[in-house]
Write a protein that binds this ligand. Structure first.
Ligand SMILES: *[C@@H]1O[C@H](CO)[C@@H](O)[C@H](O)[C@H]1NC(C)=O
Ligand SMILES: *[C@@H]1O[C@H](CO)[C@@H](O)[C@H](O)[C@H]1NC(C)=O
Ligand SMILES: *[C@@H]1O[C@H](CO)[C@@H](O)[C@H](O)[C@H]1NC(C)=O
Length: 372
């Protein structure tokens, strides 16, 4: 008995020291961009649930608001392209025109169905479709829009983190200013309050807030200890990243800002040094968006997304936004030697699936499970 417990102690010590020596390179986060949006209509409950099953650490929700200030998850606050709203008799005439080009990278300037013109009661049974024609259409019109509250409940149940983006903040704040006033709240406060109410406060370490708008980022930073990530697309470089260190805790960077590109079919993966600089400034760096379809993988990586993941891993980024969480999570499992298998929870080492093991082995497995 004495010897076997000493033996056990040695094994446990080896496992612990092994674990800490690897900590110089931390496993980056798998952030499911709009859920497992490569495989399911984006921002739906099934897209989030699949992402969680596939090993996502965080799930992402772009927030649009209704005119009664109910937040829900949708990449666009114009709903025609992603829903069946135009064939609903009670809603199909509610088209309006908006110019959303307020300095944000993605904007709409057209006639459409805008969420700010509807109550949540009107939208909560609108059905969502896959709006990229080269992706699976077989889940179309089976799922409703997902409210922000439901999204938080899904994450909470599975203990994954949440990564909400305040979408079109300049435009939504402007259009809804009267309602915000009546309800004595602001866009930022509304979202922070809901997060805190559901247990996603700074202490939980299960939440990041993101926005492309600098003023909104500054307001968020003043109002909460939840880490704020400033999103950057074009026109971002080493000096703008220095500016960010004054008001946010991290940056969410377009992947083409990390390397100098000669385009998707040509180029060299020369680092721009931006990740290193951001880290010197104590900023987290999360990079978007990783997609496994050939057209999204620069040819310089031989059209192999695993080589693309590795290039960014070498840059020491802190997280990847991906439409395909399983592909990324399993590659990270592989690179980090499945020390703590993460993806496909039932594919990892689960004590319950092992029968007839000896007590010492069971304890060692228990310790591994604990570290993980
Ligand atoms: C909505 O989309 C449909 C195609 O799905 C199109 O026929 C219709 O013109 C669009 N309506 C608006 C207001 O953009
Ligand atoms: C409005 O909200 C602020 C805090 O955000 C609070 O101090 C104030 O009392 C509220 N006013 C009313 C009329 O409820
Ligand atoms: C490849 O990219 C470089 C810039 O990085 C450019 O000078 C060159 O013309 C490009 N070649 C082709 C064939 O596009």
């Amino acid at each position: 008995m004495e010897t076997s417990s000493n033996f056990l102690l040695v094994i446990i010590l080896i496992i612990f020291s092994y674990g800490s020596s690897d900590s110089q390179r931390k496993r980056p986060l798998v952030i499911a961009h709009r859920g497992a949006s490569g495989e399911r209509p984006e921002h739906t409950a099934i897209a989030y649930e699949l992402a969680i099953e596939q090993g996502a650490d965080f799930i992402e929700c772009d927030i649009c608001l209704t005119k009664d200030l109910i937040p829900f998850c949708s990449h666009d606050c114009s709903l025609n392209a992603s829903t069946d709203i135009s064939v609903r008799n009670n809603l199909k005439d509610r088209v309006s025109f908006h110019d959303m080009d307020l300095g944000e990278p993605e904007f709409t300037n057209s006639s459409d169905y805008y969420s700010i013109d509807f109550t949540w009661d009107e939208l909560d049974d609108v059905l969502v479709k896959q709006n990229r024609l080269d992706r699976d259409q077989s889940f179309n019109f089976q799922n409703t829009l997902c409210s922000f509250e439901k999204f938080l409940d899904i994450a909470k149940k599975s203990k994954v983190g949440v990564y909400p983006e305040l979408k079109y903040p300049v435009w939504q704040k402007d259009k809804l200013s009267q309602v915000f006033k009546e309800k004595n709240t602001t866009y930022e406060k509304l979202i922070i309050d809901l997060l805190v109410k559901k247990g996603f406060d700074a202490k939980s370490k299960k939440v990041y807030l993101q926005t492309f708008d600098k003023e909104t980022a500054k307001i968020l930073d003043k109002q909460t200890d939840i880490p704020v990530i400033f999103l950057a697309w074009r026109n971002f470089n080493l000096s703008t990243v220095e500016d960010c260190a004054k008001f946010v805790q991290g940056v969410g960077l377009w992947k083409n800002l990390i390397f100098e590109w000669g385009g998707f079919k040509n180029g060299t993966a020369n680092s721009t040094g931006i990740v290193k600089r951001a880290h010197e400034l104590n900023l987290k760096v999360h990079v978007y968006t990783f997609r496994i379809e050939t057209k999204h993988v620069p040819f310089i990586f031989g059209n192999d997304v695993r080589r693309e993941y590795d290039a960014f891993l070498k840059e020491n980024i802190d997280g990847y936004f991906t439409d395909y969480p399983l592909s990324l999570a399993s590659h990270l499992d592989y690179r980090f030697q499945a020390q703590c298998p993460n993806s496909m929870s039932n594919g990892g080492y689960k004590l319950s699936s092992i029968n007839n093991i000896s007590l010492p082995l069971a304890l060692v497995l228990l310790v591994i499970n604990k570290i993980c």
